[in-house]
Design a binder for this molecule. Sequence first.
Ligand code: PEP
Ligand code: MN
Length: 263
Amino acid sequence: LVSSDFKKTETVIDIKGVKIGGGNVVVMAGPCSVENREMLMYLAERTRKAGAKILRGGAFKPRTSPYVFQGLGEEGLKYLREAADANGMLVITELMDPRDMDLICEYTDIIQIGARNMQNFRLLKDLGTVRKPVMLKRGLSATMKELLMAAEYVAAGGNDEIILCERGIRTFETETRNTLDLSAIPVLKSMSHLPVVADPSHGTGRRDCILPMSQAAVAAGADGLMVEVHNCPEEAFSDGDQSILPDDFDVLMKRLNIIAETI
Ligand code: PEP
Ligand code: MN
């Protein structure tokens, strides 16, 4: 169902007038974790002004250690919805557990499935039954075929509004957190009709790589980007090292427009 043999034309997902797929670059921006209401209201306003259409933020966080911040839960979802509505944005947030499906669906426009849950087949089957677009992030050591088979689970259940996200894979390299596999963008787009976006934040783990890798992803044909933005990265509850300041995000968006015009 997700292969380009099955459907020849590129899928465009229309969410309240925001179209994902088919060439235009849609940017999702916001903090790694929702930390409090004020930061989210501020970041929504700043990223929207710069041109982001979708507000990201984790309310349920998949953390490596069980002893660190796990997310604000429903309180975080409320702040996301409020900040997005106040600025005319959509919300994307991560669902980790099928038991939270109804709660997440109440607040979000797009359900994010994180890299660590890409092959949580029970979760994928449940996503087939909901009427919300899903963004599926590539697993830390998943092949492109495995990512597409994960998407197939969702589509087979009856939900064909799926966005694929390249977010870096594990390699032997240690200078970057993950290796952003830019070749996945054109390859996935030829194997599948689904929109493909890139996440240079988790893909590199380094603030200084966000601008160049965003430009590179767009040049490679990405239908969108997911970028972590924080008002005070040094004090971020999670992923501060890879979060950029709102001012840097302004620059990134300006540069992206230049690239978009020239390809
Ligand atoms: C995230 O986007 O917040 C996240 C946890 O990303 P990933 O699942 O790609 O690690
Ligand atoms: Mn993060």
